[in-house]
Ligand binder design. Structure first.
Ligand code: ARG
Length: 563
């Protein structure tokens, strides 16, 4: 239930009943939260908007429409402020038991959304550069599903290009890796050698081309190596509590659709031969920045990165018929996606709205891409370990004993929440010690609040305290908390529409703060609290807990029993 929308719709339909006003109403009556809550829970400037068409002073209009607004069943009262603002206060009864008011909420049409995130490379350990695509992509997927949209998540694996040639060259020379640790060493080692050794590079390129054209020996190596690498990727995704991908369909599996796209490109005359390669010019007259053509096929005949993306778009649009295809990658791929989307449009393969969300970089305190103490790019496993170490150190410092599993859950929350709370487009500084703090805008703080509420619920059950909805005497902290809970749906809708998972994370923090303020001012199970007050407060705590747990689940966090 989006409470802003409900108020807006109800105010509008009431105003429609007033002669002469109906025709002048804006499409949507704007509802806002006043800076100072003392004067009302919400406010609207609709009287000011009406002033011009009605040719009257806003205050006079406010006075005229006020009685109508007060007729709305869930509104306690409305007052006029300043030059014509109208402040609205909701009934306590509505805050406590909104379901009694039978409000019909118009659900927006469910959309079909294809999502491309993760999209890892075979033979490379998942590293810090994959954190945001993984965490934000997963949470965005969960939000979309929670809102009733139909999503399909694609792991568009890098498993068919240059790196595969380098890996096969290495394995031909030194054999299959014997243990898990070796899997991710091959590619960097072979790539380093290719830098020094031109023959090696050419050999790798040739092997890539042979793999792509179905050479049995290359395929055999590929088929043995890829599952080992995938198993490792899957282990870390499990550790990060990421939903399984609906399709692990990457560069290799979309190769099948390249000929179909080729045909379309030829029919539309979009391919230009350029120095042995096939390219698709996508520059527009209006471009001021350089806009190189899309590399469709390399001069050696290899399938390119862009070709795989066009083939994937072909597959997704024809199979899923999605409304949107949303890509989550580092912003360094902005140009690539601009090019690919243009080519898709020129080819008429743009039945879906194609959208790329480009992330900023995770940096160290120096503003440069984050590195470990040894100066390496950390793998996601190393990042989790680093955060877990910091959690453990903190626990020891405060004399707490935490099980390994609890430490792991806190570390997960610390790492993910910190990633989610930042605007995806901007860079952010990663500081292990600050993300594991138990106070402030952190994952551990969110978990701590949840653990506390869970403990209250459990203790209340043990004591046989029953929750009772009672709007009799709501304290300010209780009203605030209930208003926050009511805002959850709107936050989810905005997070979805704006592809902004930080809205969810920051809402969760605000909710946790409101919960703790409530808990501080309104003790529940303390001896001196009368039974009826206790039941009413427990009811509110339960409502808040339910929302908090939903938010936590959408962020893919796990909650320990105690901490
Ligand atoms: N595998 C690529 C990389 O690690 C990311 C792929 C992103 N998705 C896509 N459809 N191009 O850089």
């Amino acid at each position: 239930m989006n409470v802003y929308k409900i108020i807006s719709d109800n105010v509008k339909s009431k105003l429609m009943e007033i002669d002469g006003v109906a025709d002048c109403l804006p499409k949507e009556v704007a509802i806002e939260t006043p800076k100072i809550r003392d004067f009302g829970d919400f406010s609207t400037n609709v009287a000011m908007i009406l002033a011009r068409p009605l040719k009257k002073a806003p205050r006079d209009i406010a006075e005229m429409i006020l009685p109508k607004i007060c007729e709305i069943s869930f509104i306690e009262n409305a007052t006029i402020a300043g030059p014509g603002f109208i402040n609205i206060t909701l009934k306590n009864d509505f805050l406590v038991t909104p379901e009694k008011y039978n409000i019909v909420v118009q659900k927006s049409e469910p959309l079909v959304i294809d999502m491309d995130y993760g999209s890892y490379n075979i033979g490379k350990a998942l590293h810090i550069g994959h954190l945001r695509t993984t965490v934000v992509g997963d949470t965005f997927n969960r939000i979309a599903r929670a809102l009733g949209h139909k999503t399909k998540s694609y792991n568009h694996m890098g498993d068919w290009g240059r790196p595969m040639g380098l890996i096969i060259a290495w394995i031909l020379e030194y054999g299959m890796p014997k243990n898990a640790d070796d899997i991710n060493v091959i590619y960097p080692a072979s790539a380093a050698r290719a830098k020094e050794d031109k023959d090696w590079l050419e050999r790798a390129q040739k092997l890539r081309d042979e793999l792509q054209s179905g050479n049995p020996e290359c395929l055999k190596i590929y088929n043995e190596f890829a599952p080992m690498s995938l198993a490792q990727i899957s282990d870390i995704l499990v550790r990060l509590n990421i939903l399984p991908f609906d399709e692990n369909k990457g560069e290799r599996l979309v190769a099948e659709y390249v000929p179909a796209v080729q045909k379309i490109l030829e029919e539309k005359n979009l391919i230009v031969h350029d120095d042995g390669a096939d390219v698709i010019p996508v520059k527009l007259d209006t471009d001021t920045a350089p806009m190189p053509p899309v590399m469709w096929r390399s001069s050696t005949g290899a399938q390119t990165y862009a070709a795989a993306d066009l083939a994937a778009i072909y597959y997704r649009t024809t199979t899923d018929n999605p409304n949107d295809i949303v890509y989550f990658t580092d912003s360094r791929q902005n140009l690539h996606f601009t090019q690919v989307f243009r080519a898709a449009k020129m080819a008429g393969m743009d039945s879906a709205n194609l959208q790329h969300i480009g992330f900023g970089t995770i940096t160290g305190a120096d503003g440069k891409p984050f590195k470990t103490r040894d100066g390496d790019v950390p793998s996601l496993g190393q990042m989790m370990d680093m955060v877990a170490d910091s959690v453990r150190a903190r626990a020891t410092e405060s004399g707490k004993e935490l099980s390994d599993e609890t430490v792991e859950m806190i570390a997960l929350a610390a790492l993910k929440f910190n990633d989610l709370m930042h605007d995806v487009k901007s860079d952010y500084v990663f500081d292990v010690d600050s993300v594991t703090q138990f106070e402030g805008r952190t994952g551990p703080y969110i978990l701590y609040t949840t653990v506390r509420l869970n403990a209250v619920a459990k203790k209340a059950a043990d004591m046989g305290v029953a929750a009772m909805a009672d709007a009799g005497t709501l304290q300010a902290e209780e009203r605030n908390l209930l208003l926050r809970v009511m805002d959850f749906e709107r936050v989810l809708e905005n997070a979805f529409a704006r592809r902004a998972t930080d809205l969810l994370a920051n809402f969760t923090y605000d909710l946790a703060q409101d919960i703790n303020t409530f808990y501080h001012h309104c003790p529940i199970l303390r001896d001196d609290v009368p039974a009826d007050v206790r039941g009413a407060r427990l009811y509110i705590a339960n409502v808040a807990r339910e929302t908090l747990l939903r938010a936590i689940d959408l962020m893919g966090l796990r909650v320990p029993e105690s901490m």
